[in-house]
Design a protein around this ligand. Structure first.
Ligand SMILES: C[S@@+](CC[C@H](N)C(=O)[O-])C[C@H]1O[C@@H](n2cnc3c(N)ncnc32)[C@H](O)[C@@H]1O
Length: 310
C-alpha cells in the first residue's frame, strides 16, 4: 500500500489538493465491498437496478431500484452498519400543521399504508434482506413513529435480531397539534439492534460520554428537525437532520466502515457518512430524491476536501 512505503522524514509533507483527495479514500486501499452478483448484464431480463452515482475515490455509491431486490442480490456479511428510515405508512388522509397551516398528510404514494398485514410482510422482507448483508457484528438502526415502529420491533424479534436500545428522538421544534384532541407529537423512536444474539456489537461509549459533557449518554436525544441550510437543494418530505445521523454513525462505526441506507431519500445518512470518513451505499426508488441525494453528497465531499488541514 502506497502510504506504508513512504520514507520516514521529520518534516510533515506539504500535500497538494489532488494528493489530499487521494489520501482521504483511495479506491485501491478502501473499496466498497458491497458487490451485487447481477452487476454484469442480464440477458433477456430487465435490469433490476442502476448505479445512479458512483464516486470510488470517496467510497460513495447510489443505487436506483427496490431495496429488497437489490439487497437480496448483494454480498452477504458485507456491511458494518445500516440506518433505515422506511415508509412510516402515515399518508392516509389525516391532517397536520405545516408552516403554520393545516395541510393533509401526503408524503407520497410510497408512504400509504397497505393495511397491517401487508405492512408487516414488507417490514419482514426488508429487515430480513438487511440482516443477510450485515456483518456478524454489524448493527441496524431503524427510525419510525407509532404507525410503524411496533411492527418493526416485532419483526426484528421474529427474525432473531438483538434489540440494543430504543432511542427517543425529541424534537423541541415540533409543529403544534391542530385538532387539540391529542398531545403534540414531538418524538420519534429509533431502534438499535445487532444482527443476532451472538453479535459483539461496536459502541463508542467514550466518545458518546465525551459528547455529553462527561456524563453517560442516555437514550433520550434532543435534536431539532433539519435546519433550512440542509434543505437548500430542495427538500425531502421526511428528511432527517444531519446531527441525528452523525451521532448514530459515531456511536456505532469506526472510520472506513461501510454504512448502508436502503431507503435513502435525500441521503442524510450519506452526508453524515462522508463528513465522518465512512463509506456509503444509498438505495432509493425515486429519481427526484436521487437527484437531491447526488447534489447533497457532492457538496459534502467538496466541503470535506476544502476543510482538510494543510
Ligand atoms: C422516510 S423516507 C427516507 C428519508 C431520508 N432518511 C432522508 O433523510 O432524506 C423513505 C424513502 O424510501 C423510498 N422508498 C420507499 N420504498 C422503497 C423501496 N422498496 N426501495 C427503495 N426505496 C424505497 C421513498 O421513495 C422515500 O424517499
Amino acid at each position: 500500500m502506497k502510504l506504508m512505503k513512504r520514507k520516514k522524514s521529520n518534516k510533515s509533507p506539504v500535500l497538494s489538493a489532488k494528493k489530499k483527495r487521494e489520501l482521504i479514500h483511495s479506491y485501491k486501499v478502501n473499496p466498497i465491498e458491497f458487490y451485487i452478483s447481477e452487476e454484469t448484464a442480464i440477458y433477456g431480463k430487465k435490469k433490476l437496478f442502476t448505479r445512479y452515482y458512483d464516486n470510488p475515490e470517496h467510497s460513495v455509491r447510489l443505487l436506483k431500484g427496490d431495496c429488497v431486490e437489490i439487497l437480496n442480490q448483494a454480498r452477504e456479511n458485507s456491511v458494518d452498519m445500516i440506518f433505515a428510515d422506511p415508509p412510516y405508512c402515515l399518508s392516509n388522509g389525516g391532517i397536520t400543521c405545516h408552516a403554520g397551516k393545516m395541510v393533509s398528510v401526503n408524503k407520497g404514494k410510497w408512504d400509504k399504508s397497505k393495511g397491517i398485514e401487508e405492512n408487516h410482510k414488507f417490514t419482514l422482507e426488508w429487515l430480513k434482506a438487511c440482516q443477510r448483508v450485515l456483518k456478524p457484528n454489524g448493527t441496524i438502526w431503524v427510525s419510525g413513529t407509532t404507525h410503524i415502529i411496533y411492527l418493526v420491533g416485532f419483526a426484528m424479534q421474529e427474525l432473531g435480531y438483538k434489540i440494543l436500545n430504543d432511542i427517543i428522538w425529541y424534537k423541541r421544534n415540533a409543529p403544534p397539534n391542530l385538532s387539540c384532541r391529542y398531545f403534540t407529537h414531538s418524538t420519534e423512536i429509533v431502534l438499535w439492534a445487532a444482527k443476532n444474539e451472538k453479535s459483539k456489537h461496536y459502541f463508542d461509549y467514550k466518545l458518546m460520554k465525551k459528547m455529553n459533557n462527561g456524563k453517560q449518554m442516555r437514550n433520550v436525544w434532543e435534536i431539532s428537525a433539519p435546519p433550512a441550510e440542509e434543505k437548500k437543494f430542495g427538500k425531502h418530505p421526511t428528511q432527517k437532520p444531519v446531527e441525528l445521523l452523525k451521532r448514530i454513525i459515531q456511536a456505532s462505526t469506526k472510520e472506513g466502515d461501510l454504512v448502508l441506507d436502503p431507503f435513502c431519500g435525500s441521503s442524510t445518512t450519506g452526508v453524515a457518512a462522508v463528513l465522518l470518513n465512512r463509506k456509503y451505499v444509498g438505495i432509493e426508488l425515486e429519481e427526484e430524491y436521487l437527484q437531491l441525494s447526488k447534489k447533497r453528497l457532492e457538496e459534502a465531499i467538496e466541503n470535506k476536501v476544502t476543510n482538510l488541514p494543510d
